[in-house]
Each structure stands twice: as C-alpha cells, then as structure tokens.
Design a protein around this ligand. Structure first.
Ligand code: KG4
Ligand code: ZN
Length: 358
C-alpha cells in the first residue's frame, strides 16, 4: 500500500510516498528556514503563506508518476495556520483521487522515523516497529519535548514533558540572545563540539540549572517532576549570565562564547538524558525510540546512547535526514495507525494542541 504523506505543521513543506509504512519511495522537504532567519524564529503567518506557495510543487514532486492508495496529513500539534494548509491540500487530493484520507499526529509520526527504510538499505538491519516494542519514546524537537510510553505499537501515554519551552526552542532562544543565528540548535551543536574537542573532560563549564521542576507545582498536571523539564529558568540564567559579563559582544571579544554555549547545551543534554534514565527506570522498556530535530544533536545522541546501554534498552534514532520534519514519517505512521480515516478524517480540523494517543 503506497501512502502519500503531507506535513506542514511548522516551517517545512514536505510530502513523501511510503510503501507499507516502511519503504520511502520519495521524500521532498522544502524548508522555509531562510524566510524566518530575519525574525530569529518561525513567524506563523509567513509559514502559512509559504506553505500555500509551495505545497502543490512539493506534492507533485513527491508523487511523480506514482499512484497512491491513500493520503495522510498531519493535523496537529503545530501552528494552526500552517497545519490548515497541508490538511486542506490532503483533503482535496484524497477527494480528487477517490482514496481515503488519514489524519496523523505529528509527535507520534516523529517516533516512527527510526523505522523508515530507504531504497538500497538492507531492510533486515532496520527493525520493524512492533519488534522494538515495548519502548520508551522521546520526542525532542523545536515544538516538543516529551517522554512517551509505548507499551505496544500505536499505543502512547505521556510519562513526562516540558512544562514550558521545548528543547529546540531553548536552543533557538539562546542562539538569538547570543546573535548566533537561526535555527540555534545546529549552530550551538557545532560550537559546543569544538569546545568539547579541546576539553575532553568537559572543561570549566558555567553551572547552568538543569531544568528540574519543583515537586508539586501545578504545571506538572499530575506528571512526576522527575520525568519533566522546565527550560524557562535556564533561559533566564543565560540572560543573567550574559548581562553579568557585560553583554554578548563582550563575551565574543573575550572568546568566551564557546564555553557559554557548551555549558548551556550541557544543561539541556543533561536534563534530557537524566529524565530519560528516570523514565527507563520507572518502566523497564526494550527500546528507546527517539525522534525530532534535536535528536540531531551530537552530544545528546551520545548521552542517550550511554543511558540506553546502562539501562539495558536498545537505542533507535532516525537517520539525520528524517530527524527534522518530513512527509515520510506521516505516510509511514498512517499505514500502521489508520485512524482517524475516511469521512472522519475529512471532517478533521487542524488541532494545534493535539496530544499523543488522542
Ligand atoms: O523536528 P524539527 O525539525 O521541527 C519541529 O517539529 O519542531 O526540529 C527543529 C528544532 C529546532 O529548534 C532546531 O534548533 C533543532 O531542532 N535542532 C537541533 C539540532 N538540529 C536541529 N538542536 C540541537 N542540535 C542540533 N544539531
Ligand atoms: Zn516536528
């Protein structure tokens, strides 16, 4: 079964055709990043307009001369004006082709990315999702940071999450403050990598807070503090530190940026790794399945590999090209989880705050 997947939840206009939830026949991603660079973050109205301008071309390129058996689209979570573009396009295409529409949850789709197979891959070396279950899922991107229990494939339960900023957002905001450019994650990763190459023992890092929420705060909404993060304090700590040092320019002049950036990244990586370990200790799971743009972070990848090994879980992370937003993850998940579909999907509205397992 070949499914066309469409993704427009944030700043990538993407479409792909995936066979039987696994084999990526085509994948086209048009990134809007250059449009958002002047603003240091994604501007929803600009994103929406750019999706409208690009969606037809991206879908055409992905389909080529193929025939598809169903159309899938992300309907949440994400930016409402952006989601609407992909969802409406998918509705029109499904009607036009006379095939089913399937609605897909963006976070759940990120957790499918380690199971995608490219033509030419040895498919035996890529696990089938059901073989990786039960698993702990970690969705870590610009919009989300959540630990999700997956007792079996297609079942999701949030164990912990961020109470405010997502990890990617924390990277992007710090980069903006330090004038490093947008998106901040890759820039901070590159600068920090140089720092750690020069200081294999970590070096003299600034002791930024590790984002552990206080027990009992209402924002936890019943989730355990040891499985949640809060990055707003970290962001404020960075701001205060920069001010106390005479501002970002002064740090640049003194060559202090690599140390500050590495310290900030270490606080985020430490927080994410720590909560992951706590989640695996609470529920011993066969695998740790990681998806989302921040899983590209080199330091986070090695920290998670260490945690998984120590906790006896196998680590599954997507190939770099499937870590960020893409249509393949949408098409693939739709094959495994065919709901909501048909007329129920046709009447779906974009849901910016859709939860996993809804
Ligand atoms: O998954 P994604 O493409 O979009 C969302 O669903 O949010 O993730 C984008 C986020 C951005 O915040 C970006 O800064 C972050 O992923 N990111 C990284 C790295 N590459 C991208 N964060 C840390 N290290 C990286 N190497
Ligand atoms: Zn995403």
């Amino acid at each position: 079964m070949d499914i066309l997947g469409i993704e427009t939840s944030c700043d990538e206009t993407a479409a792909a055709v995936v066979r039987d939830g696994r084999e990526v026949l085509s994948s086209v991603v048009y990134t809007q990043i250059p449009l958002h660079v002047p603003y240091g973050g994604v501007v929803p109205e600009i994103a929406s307009r750019a999706h409208v301008e690009k969606i037809v071309q991206v879908v055409r390129e992905a389909i080529g001369s193929m025939r598809v058996d169903a159309v899938a689209a992300t309907y949440g979570p994400g930016l409402s004006p952006a989601l609407i573009v992909g969802l409406n396009a998918a509705k029109g295409i499904a009607r036009g082709l006379g095939v089913d529409l399937i609605g897909v949850n963006h976070m759940e789709a990120h957790l499918h990315t380690p199971f995608l197979v490219d033509p030419g891959d040895d498919s035996g070396s890529v696990p089938r999702p059901e073989d990786a279950m039960p698993a702990l899922g970690l969705a870590v991107s610009g919009g989300h940071t959540a630990w999700i229990d997956m007792p079996e494939y297609g079942k999701y339960e949030i164990m912990g999450q961020t109470l405010d900023d997502a990890a990617g957002e924390a990277f992007d905001k710090a980069a903006k403050l330090l004038s490093l450019g947008y998106p901040g994650g890759p820039k901070i990763d590159a600068i920090a990598r140089e720092w750690f190459a020069l200081h294999p023992d970590g070096g003299d890092l600034v002791p930024f807070p590790k984002g552990r929420p206080r027990e009992g705060v209402s924002a936890l909404a019943g989730l355990p503090a040891e499985l949640c993060v809060s990055f707003s304090g970290l962001k404020t700590a960075l701001l205060r530190y920069v001010q106390s040092q005479g501002g970002a320019d002064a740090l640049v002049e003194r060559g202090e940026i690599p140390r500050v950036v590495a310290s900030y990244q270490e606080a985020i990586v430490g927080a994410v790794a720590d909560r992951t370990r706590a989640a695996l200790r609470r529920k011993s799971r066969k695998s740790l399945v990681v998806g989302g743009g921040v899983s590209l972070n080199s330091r986070l990848r090695s920290a998670l590999a260490r945690v998984a090994e120590e906790e006896g879980a196998r680590l599954f992370v997507a190939k770099p090209k499937y870590c960020g937003d893409n249509g393949a993850m949408v098409a693939a998940l739709a094959y495994f989880k065919r709901t909501p579909a048909g007329e129920a999907a046709m009447s779906l509205d974009a849901n910016p705050s859709l939860e996993v397992g809804e």
